[in-house]
Design a protein around this ligand. Structure first.
Ligand SMILES: [Zn+2]
Length: 269
């Protein structure tokens, strides 16, 4: 029987091997804004995308059953047009995004929220558009920011960090050889994708890539500033749902202001 010490040693060894195999990479090309941080990845892209797609399908089915999916045709058309223009620019950062099965839907909800799951599954909450009275460019700023999280695979990175914390190295979902002791992690992974807050590095990268995407797609990148100002003053005491997973700091506006000179030349109204 394996003793605890050799078990730990084998974990450390597989961790080292996994790190060597998977961590020495940046998920995207850098664009003019230059996002090229190396990322720790302990789970495959296909595993994460499979979990994300499953979670997204469930959410859509649930919303449709309650009559909350894509109700306002005009709003849905507007959101889809903005998504189309932003998605057309994503190959600047990664060529394979051309082949992603992108999807965009609007859910009727009072929440001020939006997300883009790994692999390009996007959801915009109607409360965000209605309550903040977002312009097209501000909406493009939120969606560009969300798309950037997906392009940089920040969800996969957060799950990988969570696996390190829990001492789990391979959740084995895609291979179909799911070890029962890892089932809990796999089961919660798709929930974690929607609830784990992004770190400061990830937020900065999403702002960088987001403003470049919106500028290239023909939306005034200055409006990223007005978006975050609106977001910051929204909620009347309780902060928007969005800010629980996208922690904002007073530095964000300064950081975005510093990015504008780089992306302004890309913007043609
Ligand atoms: Zn974010």
């Amino acid at each position: 029987m394996e003793n605890a010490t050799s078990f730990i040693a084998s974990i450390v060894m597989s961790l080292v091997l996994s790190l060597t195999a998977l961590s020495c990479a940046s998920t995207t090309d850098s664009g003019v804004i230059g996002a090229d941080r190396k990322q720790l990845m302990l789970v495959s892209e296909s595993q994460i995308n499979e979990m994300a797609t499953k979670g997204y399908e469930e959410m859509k089915a649930d919303a449709a059953k309650k009559g909350l999916l894509d109700q306002n045709k005009q709003q849905v058309a507007r959101v889809n047009e903005i998504a189309r223009r932003l998605i057309a620019q994503t190959p600047i950062f990664r060529g394979d995004a051309r082949d992603w099965k992108w999807e965009t839907h609007v859910i009727t909800s009072k929440d001020l929220n939006a997300f883009c799951m790994p692999g390009g599954k996007m959801m915009v909450y109607s409360g965000l558009i209605d309550q903040l009275k977002l312009t097209d460019a501000e909406l493009a700023a939120v969606m560009g920011h969300e798309i950037a999280h997906a392009l940089r695979e920040h969800g996969r990175e957060r799950i990988s960090e969570e696996m390190v914390k829990q001492g789990v190295l391979d959740i084995g979902v895609a291979s179909g050889k799911l070890d029962p002791k890892y089932a809990a992690v796999a089961g919660t992974a798709s929930a974690l994708l929607l609830t784990l807050p992004h770190g400061r590095n990830q937020e900065l990268e999403a702002d960088q890539i987001g403003v470049e995407l919106m500028a290239r797609a023909g939306y005034d990148p200055e409006e990223a500033l007005s978006l975050w100002k609106k977001m910051g003053s929204a909620g009347g005491g309780s902060p928007p749902e969005f800010l629980s997973t996208h922690p904002s700091s007073s530095r964000r506006l300064k950081d975005i202001e510093a990015l504008l000179p780089k992306v302004r030349p890309l913007y043609k109204p």
